[in-house]
Structure formats: structure tokens, C-alpha cells
Ligand binder design. Sequence first.
Ligand code: PLP
Length: 150
Amino acid sequence: MAILEDDAYYDLRYDGERLPAVSSLAENPWAIYTGSFSKVIAPGIRVGYLCGAPEVVQRLGCLKQITDLHTGSLTQRIAYEYCARGFLEPGIQRLRDVYRARRDVMMRNADPGDQRTLPFSASKQNRLPSAPKVNTFPPSTAGVTRGPDE
Ligand SMILES: Cc1ncc(COP(=O)(O)O)c(C=O)c1O
């Protein structure tokens, strides 16, 4: 079975130990792991990467070429220099510290009556109880309306 793991936020784990990528847990020639520098260098830099079996990566490279030729050269160069000059790890650490502090402030000031818990909690009872209905705009002909229990 093919796995495409989109792990753009991997480095932004605020607490706890780093978990292994799902695609690394079992030998799978069709597993592809993807990440993005948009979350750790600058929003909108739009440079990402993928890891996978060489044959798969090569085919995906061809697909990329026929889709949009290639990612912008300037932003690729910026990402390269940022990493090569050793800014990546300290930058990630700084982001983690800042986001963790913001999360902690949010949690300290959250209404205790609210069922909000730590961000990234996915269980159903931890969803916001009073999430407003969200209507698409412009109104779609499908009439998509989503609420907390849908
Ligand atoms: C989960 C996830 N994966 C991938 C991306 C793609 O990032 P980019 O196209 O900016 O490299 C994003 C962007 O917001 C994202 O949220």
C-alpha cells in the first residue's frame, strides 16, 4: 500500500519526544515522506522536499517538471543557504519556544468552562463545543455547511 506522509509540522512539536515518521515504521517501497520549509524558514517560501525510493522520487521529479517546471530558483537558493549556514536548527528551536509560550498563555487564559484542551488533541470530546457553523463563500451549489457534529 502506498503511503504519502505530509509532515510539514513535524519540527514544530512543542513538548515530548520526537516521534518517528509513520512512513519509517515499516519497509515500504511506496512510502513517500514530504516536508516543507514554509513552516520553519518563512511562510510562503514554498520550498518542500520529499523522501522515498529513488525510482519513485525520479518519477515524481518528472511529474513535477511537466506540472510547473520547478520550484522557484531564488527560494530554493534561500532555503539551501539557510540550511548550509546552520540557521535551521536554531531557528526551529526559537519557533518552538515562541509557539510553546503562546500556547501556554492561551491555555492559562482559556475559559475553564470550555472543553478546549491542548492544540492538536483530536478526540471528539476535545472539540470546541460551540464551534460556529461554517458556510462556504461564495455559496456553493452543493450547499456545503459544516458544524461541530458533521
Ligand atoms: C499540512 C501541510 N502540508 C503541506 C503544506 C505546504 O506547504 P508549502 O506549499 O508552503 O511548502 C502546508 C501549508 O500550509 C500544510 O499545512
